[in-house]
Each structure stands twice: as C-alpha cells, then as structure tokens.
Ligand binder design. Sequence first.
Ligand code: ATP
Length: 319
Amino acid sequence: MKRIAVLTSGGDAPGMNPAIRAVVRKGIYEGLEVYGVYNGYQGLIEGKMEPMTLGFVGDIIQRGGTKLYSARCPEFRTEEGQKKALEQIKKHQIDGIVIIGGDGSYQGSMVLTKHGIPCVGVPGTIDNDIPGTDYTLGFDTALNTVVEAIDKIRDTATSHERTFIIEVMGRDAGDIAVWAGLAGGAETILIPEVNESMESIVQRLESGSSRGKKHSIIIVAEGVMSGNEFADRLKEHTAMDTRVSVLGHIQRGGTPSARDRVMASQFGAKAVEVLLQGTGGRAIGLRHNQVVDYDMKEAFEGKHELDLSMYHLSKELSI
Ligand code: ATP
C-alpha cells in the first residue's frame, strides 16, 4: 500500500478535523502518501482530491466542522456513480480509503471494498448511535453544548418560574437527550427508546411544583416529536407556563472537546494501521475503553443500544 485517501461524509461532527489530521499524519509517519477527498463521495465521483501535507492539517485539531467538507451524495447510491468513483480512485492510484462518517457512509464504502479498494470507517456523528462502538466522534462536544444551553435556560426558567421544553437532536437514538438530561438535571427526558405516558409526565411535574420547585426542564429528543408539538400536548393536561427552545444546529458545531480530539487521534491512527494490513470492510470503535476494529457490517446491520440505566437514574434523581 503506497497511497491512501481520507474523506468525510454524511452529517458533520466536531472531531472530524482532528481525525483527518490523525489519518494524514499517521499515514505520512508510516511512509504513505495521503490524499484528501473533498465533499465526501461527491468529490470521489468528481475526482476532487489532492495530496495532503503535514502543514495542510496544521491548526485544525481545535476546529469544528471538516476541512475536507462533507456531503450527502445520492449519485453514489447508483451503479453509474460508483463506477465514476472507482475510475477516479484508479486514476489517482489510491490503494485504500479512510471514511469518516456515519453508518450510511460506511455502507457506501462497502461498494468500494467489494471492488478491491479496501475501506476503513471512523465513526463520526454526534448521535453516538453507530452499532458496534461505545463512542462516536462529536458526541462529547455536542453533549457539552447542550448542557451549557440547559444551564443558561435554567437561569431564565427559575427567574420566571417556568417549565422549559428543550428539543435536542436524536432522530433514532436518545443518547444526547439522556446524557444531557442527566448532566443538566432535567426533570423529564423523552427519548425514542421509551414511551412514557403524558399522565406520568404531568404527575412528576406537578409533584415538583407542589413541593416548591421554581422551574422544570424537559428534554425532548427530536425523534419523539418536536418541542412545540410536546408543548401543545402538555397544554391539554396542565395550565403550567411553558416555553420551547429548539437547540438545532448549534449542537453540530463548535470546537471539539478534549475527549473528541483524543478519540479522533486514536481512531484516525488505528484506521491507518488497519488499512496497512490491507484489510477493508473494517470499522474502528471503542469497546470497554479499548480502541478496536470490527466487521463494518455490524455497524449497519446491528442495532445501537442506549444504556437505559442512565435514563432510569435520571428519573430517580429528579423525583
Ligand atoms: P449521519 O449519521 O449524519 O446520517 P451517515 O454517514 O449515516 O451520517 P448518510 O446520509 O446515510 O449519512 O450517508 C452518507 C452518504 O453515504 C450518502 O449520501 C451516500 O452517498 C452514501 N451512502 C449511504 N448509503 C449508501 C448505500 N447503501 N450505497 C451507496 N452509498 C451509500
């Protein structure tokens, strides 16, 4: 293996930049040439790639987003698009690729692996929902962003004795909601994995206010329903004064936390090591605090399991 490439694909996440840096620098350290592909699979199809230098990835370890840009690329789902990408890979003499993204991006990379271009996946998504790994890059940074927002909202909630409904990201997984809810002391957390009745939610809110609580924080993962929809439903059951705050895309931005930088460095370097063995179809992950590689199929065929003990703990602590 002489020349490898790196790309970022799908939704961006803080930690992608330090992961790119790790792949480029570890690759160069190992005597490889490393190409950066712009705009994910779109750039692969269009041949938008260039050799990376040590300097190119300088001063990005602390930056959110991705210096290589990311994209969703419907064309890569077609045989014609994949053929174009393979032609570009051959033209640029790329021997292997590190894909930084979510399970959808992994699935796309299997096409390339099947055609003889080994690909290794690095988990990059704030949702922490890729099966087979206990951690995905961006989760810690997003979590800290949400907790900071909860703390600020709590100040105004207390001043006005209000109930705040905070909508956070998480279409299919409640990890952000549960971790942020626990860290932010939320009274109620609504996640896609658990169906809680409106009666029990209202009962908890009312028992809190009857013992003199000045505010309540309710976290709603977007996969359950929107914050506004929940506010409308709550209105049917209680006269509580509520406000809704939708955190939105601020959760995807910001300078990567120390944890994300460290994990990205470890994941990126491990991806290069695995590629050097010439094996594709592998994903990098964290299991029992060890950086490991595993069969990439597990990532898109398996199911992510949220640690529900955290959800139950948050309930116990917010009585
Ligand atoms: P996120 O967690 O943000 O959703 P993701 O990597 O799962 O990230 P997707 O939009 O699912 O994001 O996938 C990113 C890109 O990967 C797609 O736009 C497409 O180009 C490619 N891709 C996904 N699934 C496939 C597939 N089955 N075959 C070929 N390419 C795919």
